[in-house]
Design a protein around this ligand. Structure first.
Ligand SMILES: [Zn+2]
Length: 390
């Protein structure tokens, strides 16, 4: 019997963040492996992490399995000694020779042919077309709600609602914009309620009087109201809606970030596709449960992949065994280091192949069926949901 072999399948990355070549070169290559771990990435994205702890984080990389693996695998890719120092020197030389070619080489080596880029981080947004030029593959735009709220809240509540709806509607007129996204888990929590317009307007007045402090007393009802409005725009324009769902950097409201908080909203909007970005990691069981009982809830695998590293394979086994693969999509959460695309895709392909192989061993699925599930997760589900042409 033939083994499951996913090695020739294309990969579409459903969750990445854009960056600029100048920004990449300016950072230099020292500590790039630390920046590729969750511990290190958070120093860029979080406002609450003390920058003085960077040296502590950087010292931990050579006892972090993911950090060790990046050095070993990148040494092979670059043809240098497998030490942190040698790899950093070789990477720096490759970046300065041709940063786009270096990145495209990593994407090609991992089989990544297209990505979705979340325009919400970093700010101000980097256009998808520019990011495509930076990485050498097709980039689709994911429009983010929260910056619209920030830009539109200085007027009246009605101005805010109309402005956010106008921004959402304009995004839908961009054929390259394939989804919306909210990171309310980083603001007032994923337990999105259903405030009335007057309740949200009253909360808006209190929020402003409170100098826009991000509290669940005032900001939450406004944000929850606008999320429901934007979901309606998404549905009217046939676009998926992505929620950051799960843990995150130290800016996250961790007490209100797990998938079950979002469940009442997901039931309310059950007729439109919603993607739980990160699958609720580390609460993957909750994400998988919800996606197994609500037909239009999808799972995206980043954060778990690659940052969960040792948790990737058991979590994939749980997800693949309980959620339709047509609703599961690969993602990396690459956030500024080109190795993020690459290492995540490499571990995903290898781990998924082993997980699917075990399903064949147990006589649950045939080899060709396992291949099909793998194709859905690595590219097919994301393409079908977002109507991608590439
Ligand atoms: Zn992200």
């Amino acid at each position: 019997m033939a083994d499951v072999d996913l090695s020739d399948l294309e990969i579409v990355d459903a969750h990445t963040h854009p960056y600029r070549v100048e920004g990449l070169l300016a950072k230099g290559s020292e500590g790039f492996d630390t920046r590729a771990t969750f511990l290190g990435e958070a120093f860029s994205s979080s406002t609450r992490l003390d920058p003085d702890l960077w040296s502590t984080a950087d010292r931990l990389t050579d006892s972090t399995v993911m950090g060790i693996t990046i050095v070993r695998w990148l040494a092979r890719h670059l043809g240098c000694e497998p030490t942190r120092g040698a790899v950093a020197v070789a990477r720096e030389a490759a970046l300065h020779e041709d940063a786009v070619a270096y990145t495209k080489g990593l994407l090609d080596a991992a089989g990544v042919v297209a990505v979705l880029a979340d325009e919400g981080y970093p700010q101000p947004p980097i256009p998808a077309a520019e990011f495509a030029g930076t990485i050498g593959v097709r980039v689709y735009r994911v429009a983010r709600l929260e910056p619209w709220i920030l830009a539109r809240r200085e007027g009246s509540f009605d101005d805010l609602v109309a402005g956010a709806e106008a921004d959402a509607t304009e995004a839908a007129s961009d054929p390259n914009c394939v989804a919306y996204k909210s990171i309310v888990a980083y603001r007032t929590g994923l337990d999105v309620g259903d405030p009335s317009s007057s309740e949200a307007a009253e909360a808006f007045a209190r929020w402003r009087a409170d100098d826009w402090r991000e509290t669940r007393e005032h900001a939450k009802q406004v944000r929850d109201f606008l999320i429901r409005r934007t979901l309606a725009v998404a549905k009217a324009n046939d676009r998926a809606f992505h929620f950051h769902c799960g843990g995150g950097d130290p800016d996250i409201d961790l007490a209100h970030a797990s998938p079950k908080g979002l469940f009442p909203l997901l039931v309310d909007v059950q007729h439109q596709p919603v993607v739980l970005v990160h699958s609720g990691f580390p609460w993957v069981e909750e994400g998988a449960f919800i996606a197994s009982v609500l037909p239009n809830v999808y799972l995206e695998l980043s954060e778990l992949i690659p940052w969960g590293w040792g948790q990737v394979e058991p979590a994939l086994e749980l997800i693949v065994g309980s959620v339709p693969a047509a609703k599961v999509m690969y993602g990396s959460d690459e956030a500024g280091e080109p190795e993020g695309f690459w290492v995540a895709a490499l571990i995903a392909r290898a781990a998924l192949q082993r997980v699917l192989g075990r399903l064949v061993d147990r006589d649950y699925v045939a080899v060709d069926e396992a291949q099909h599930l793998g194709e859905l997760i690595l590219s097919g589900s994301c393409r079908a949901l977002h109507g991608l042409s590439g």
